[in-house]
Design a protein around this ligand. Structure first.
Ligand code: SF4
Ligand code: FES
Length: 220
């Protein structure tokens, strides 16, 4: 893609209003680059999360032109009309601007997940405050699936049910299996899913939460 400077209107949701910024940016930049540009050059008060800038950490997920996406993996040239509306994920408590509290999702993830010190090292050192390593396969815990899911009742949600299913595929401990199934088949579990498959459409790492939920149903 060739570089091309264009005028973009970046509209960032703050509470019930939108902050609008007209900026000249290269179309090959990402939405997170646009947010950085605004924060560093125009309005240092805007709040958003990011870490890796390459689609691995999941922290930058937000709603961009009405679709859940990773801001660091979404390029400005993907939008024809040069108007980019950025909103926080739905279904989570908004902390500020685009920053949401995803702890409600993380806290429901199975605590028994396959644990190892790290991928390859046998003597890795845990940073202060980290008790154990947790791995949830391809899920980067971005929360996009939870935001896109239209189910409007108590529901564990697509990411949690996917991680329960992956865990059940690997787990050998009968007590843990029993506990996971109890959680999966509770009234907030698979029965609350209405099979919209909105989760699978937005997942940036192709976890296919809808398929995991379907496969989980078969384990009853
Ligand atoms: S299942 Fe996909 S969309 Fe949902 S939290 Fe994990 S990576 Fe994000
Ligand atoms: S900043 Fe890590 S996924 Fe976007």
């Amino acid at each position: 893609m060739e570089e091309s400077k264009q005028i973009y209107t970046i509209s960032i949701k703050r509470d019930r209003k939108y902050l609008n910024f007209k900026v000249e940016l290269d179309s090959t930049l990402t939405v997170i680059d646009a947010l950085d540009h605004i924060r560093f050059n125009i309005d240092p008060s805007i709040k958003y999360r990011h870490s890796c800038h390459h689609g691995s950490c999941g922290t930058c997920a937000c709603i961009i032109n009405n679709v859940e996406r990773l801001a660091c993996m979404t390029f400005l040239y993907e939008f024809n009309d040069n108007i980019i509306k950025i909103e926080p994920l739905k279904s989570f408590k908004v902390i500020s601007d685009l920053v949401v509290d995803i702890s409600q999702m993380i806290n429901k993830m199975p605590q028994s997940s396959y644990l190892r010190e790290s991928e390859f090292s046998t003597d890795s050192i845990k940073p202060n405050g980290i008790i154990e390593w947790n791995r949830f396969e391809n899920c980067i815990e971005c929360g996009s699936c939870v935001s896109a899911c239209p189910v409007d009742k108590d529901f564990l949600g697509p990411s949690v049910l996917s991680s329960i299913h992956r865990e059940l595929e690997k787990q050998k401990n009968p007590k843990i299996i029993e506990d996971l199934k109890k959680q999966a088949f509770s009234k907030e579990g698979v029965t609350a899913c209405e099979k919209h498959f909105a989760c699978s459409k937005v997942c940036p790492t192709k976890v296919s939460p809808g398929k995991h939920i379907n496969d989980l149903r078969k384990l009853k």
